[in-house]
Ligand binder design. Sequence first.
Ligand code: CMP
Length: 231
Amino acid sequence: MANSNHPAPNIANVPLFHGMDAESLSRIAQAMKLRTFRAGEAIFHREDPGQVMYVIHKGRVRIRITGSDGQEVALAILGPSESFGEMSILDNNPRSADVIAIDNVEVFTLQRDDFIQLIKTWPEISIEMMKILSSRMRTANQMVEDLIFLDVFARVAKKLVELSEEHGEIDADGATRINIRLTQQELASMIGASRESVNKVMGYFTDKNYISADKHKITIHRIAELRKRIY
Ligand code: CMP
């Protein structure tokens, strides 16, 4: 299981390995291999066979599915210390989604047999894995609920409020600038809508001066009005 191509990764902060002692962490780290992907590159595609799982060391990845009409839905964006690719390892089915590098990404990979052996050796990993899968299922359930019960205006408003809570910076005028670059296509894929319908909603919110956008960065001027639009 040992791999001498790179220094052993520091995986103490990885939720999956939460609570493990230093010696166990070091043995797991030795079984991992470093791989790098450039921004925009596919780490793998839906329906590919899956033999490894991944822990992100640097950068972010988008987990996405694409409909037959080409419309994309982003199921999640994952960053450092988060893991993916465990589903194919556990259920032996092909990959359930595409995983695309958003930034230049470094990941540590673990082969199926090594991962299964780890779970058998340290059952705590199964508990942590179930916590991660439960949390993802809650998020997925929320996404289904929003898709069924909220119109596109409400879904855009909700996502902008969430993004302002995660990435917002208050500027001198008291407005909240969302400090990540976000195209209308990316926003559309986060809420399961077409780019055209998101464009209409953004135009409406801009006309009302709830928001403004500059070089793919969005500023929220009237967050209370956006919150009212969610329900
Ligand atoms: P796997 O099916 O092997 O390959 C795609 C991976 O994307 C999957 O494992 C999970 O790790 C991840 N994934 C799939 N669906 C979701 C989701 N709804 N939320 C977060 N991650 C997901």
